[in-house]
Design a protein around this ligand. Structure first.
Ligand SMILES: Cc1cc2nc3c(=O)[nH]c(=O)nc-3n(C[C@H](O)[C@H](O)[C@H](O)COP(=O)(O)OP(=O)(O)OC[C@H]3O[C@@H](n4cnc5c(N)ncnc54)[C@H](O)[C@@H]3O)c2cc1C
Length: 370
């Protein structure tokens, strides 16, 4: 007797929802994936694709394509008041992907969308989750398009609908945490002079910090405190143009459980934190792949206990990193200029720091273990 495949509804077709669809599909499960937007997002919040994500997307052939279009960041300079305090040498990471791959999020989403379409699955755009109702433990989803409203009771509902998740709200899961008091901004600037695309910098400034990552030889993404980004844009030399600028607020929040009844949350719907360390999208992609694997093995009930500790650890780590960038004083300056380089000179400390930075400190996906 063959087992019937479970029915799955994915709410949200950002990078996390599309990864869930891709990973389910390659295991023979055909989910329904809906998104209230009219089409894929054109803006790119995330840029850094880490080695763990590259491992996860390798079996579906996506990693090969990402590697062809991405820019391999092999070192990151931490600069304090014009002098290099220390360098994170990503190229020293003992892994077959010893770098952070820089790919605009819109491109990663395009590749994911192409991959699920190649598997015979279409995202249903302009289709919104309006409500979830629970009766006797059974969850019903109310889904609306422009001209119809339908009720569905799938075996699994995956809420991958971002930081303001409707799924989370209807499932009654609280999003605890707090906002960060600093306003951040980003600017993608096109420079006339080419830059080394394999090197990034984090510059510690008197009142803030600015991280700069080359998207390619001529375009650099700057992220930092709003005031620093505004002055950077004002001071740009003639001929360099600002392709995109945006302001944003940062919060550190997570749910207390990542599932209830047949509802499972993944990505920003379950946890948000600052972009320091480039973990958000990567962590969400990992959630989605993990959940797809657990659904396919009939073990989805363990999802929250496996993933929530990982999310909490990443939130703690990114919070510490963010705080450190804004701490001032002789002691913190000394630890950046003297202690950090001395510690990083020890190979095992360097490996530990690099593994943490690139997401390899989290448990390895069991389905990839050889
Ligand atoms: C400045 C900045 C830089 C960043 N850099 C990085 C980085 O370098 N690396 C990294 O890993 N992460 C980074 N991040 C974080 C990353 O962008 C997010 O973690 C990621 O986009 C989350 O993906 P998601 O699929 O969970 O949610 P989203 O991308 O927000 O997608 C959610 C989708 O759900 C849809 N939706 C919402 N409600 C409904 C509904 N009711 N019904 C149907 N559809 C719905 C939305 O239309 C949307 O398409 C950065 C973030 C910022 C702000």
């Amino acid at each position: 007797m063959t087992m019937a495949m479970p029915s799955v509804l994915i709410v949200g077709a950002g990078p996390v929802g599309m990864t869930a669809a891709l990973e389910l599909k390659r295991r023979g499960i055909h989910p329904r994936i809906i998104d209230k937007a009219a089409g894929r997002a054109q803006q790119s919040r995330a840029l850094g694709v880490n080695p763990r994500t590259l491992e996860i997307l390798e079996p579906s052939g996506l990693t090969e394509q990402l590697l062809m279009m991405g820019n391999k960041l092999s070192r990151n300079y931490i600069v304090e008041y014009g002098r290099t305090a220390f360098t994170l040498r990503l190229s020293k990471l003992k892994h077959h992907f010893p770098f952070m791959l820089i790919v605009p999020q819109s491109e990663t989403e395009r590749l994911l969308n192409d991959a699920i379409r190649a598997q015979g699955l279409e995202v249903e755009w302009n289709t919104e989750l309006m409500e979830l109702t629970v009766e006797g433990g059974q969850v019903t989803a109310v889904i609306a398009t422009e001209d119809s409203c339908t009720y569905e009771t799938p075996d699994y509902i995956i809420g991958a609908d971002g930081a303001y998740s409707t799924t989370r709200q209807f499932a009654g899961l609280e999003f605890r945490g707090s906002g960060y008091p600093i306003v951040f901004a980003l600017a993608d600037i096109q420079y006339q002079q080419p830059r080394d695309p394999s090197a990034g910098t984090i510059e510690v400034l008197p009142g803030g910090a600015v991280a700069s990552y080359p998207i390619n030889e001529h375009v650099v993404r700057h992220v930092g405190t709003s005031a620093d980004i505004v002055s950077l844009i004002k001071n740009r030399r003639a001929g360099n143009s600002v392709l995109w600028e945006s302001e944003f607020h940062v919060s550190f929040r997570h749910v207390d459980q990542m599932s209830v009844h047949s509802v499972f949350l993944a990505g920003d719907a379950a946890h948000v934190h600052s972009p320091v360390g480039a973990r958000g999208m990567n962590l969400g992609i990992e959630d989605a792949a993990w959940l797809a694997w657990l659904i396919s093995t009939g073990e989805a009930h363990t999802y929250s206990e496996e993933r929530l500790p990982v999310a909490k650890r990443v939130i703690r780590f990114t919070k510490t990193q963010t705080d450190q960038l804004f701490q001032r004083g002789p002691l913190i300056g000394l630890s950046r200029r003297v202690l950090a380089p001395a510690m990083l000179a020890l190979p095992f400390v360097e490996q530990m720091a690099l593994r943490r930075l690139t997401g390899l400190d989290a448990p390895a996906p069991p389905w990839l273990e050889k």
